[in-house]
Ligand binder design. Structure first.
Ligand code: ZN
Length: 89
């Protein structure tokens, strides 16, 4: 196996890691509702992109409800305690 002839100095290692940084994701305001959103993505608040309605609020509500139902079902299958006990007397 190929191996380096000499070990890298601490200075060289430090110099390499000095240029290793995270950068912020591109965040801009939605022109429709002024809610901050990721650039080039559909607004999560109003569902508009490029002044067109992509995800309607009805679809959004439906998806959220479906997500909740799936979550409850998973908890039921795993045998964990249900989030809210609904009992009818
Ligand atoms: Zn929006």
């Amino acid at each position: 196996m190929a191996n380096p002839k000499r070990r890298f100095s601490q200075a060289r290692t430090s110099r390499r890691f000095a240029n290793w940084k995270l950068n912020l994701p591109g965040i801009s305001l939605c022109p429709q509702c002024k809610h901050p959103r990721l650039s080039h993505t559909v607004c999560s608040n109003c569902g508009f992109y490029n002044n067109k309605l992509i995800i309607s609020q009805v679809t959004k509500e439906f998806r959220e409800k479906r997500k909740e139902r799936k979550k409850e079902e998973m908890q039921r299958r795993l045998g964990g305690p249900p989030p809210e006990e609904k009992k009818k007397d």
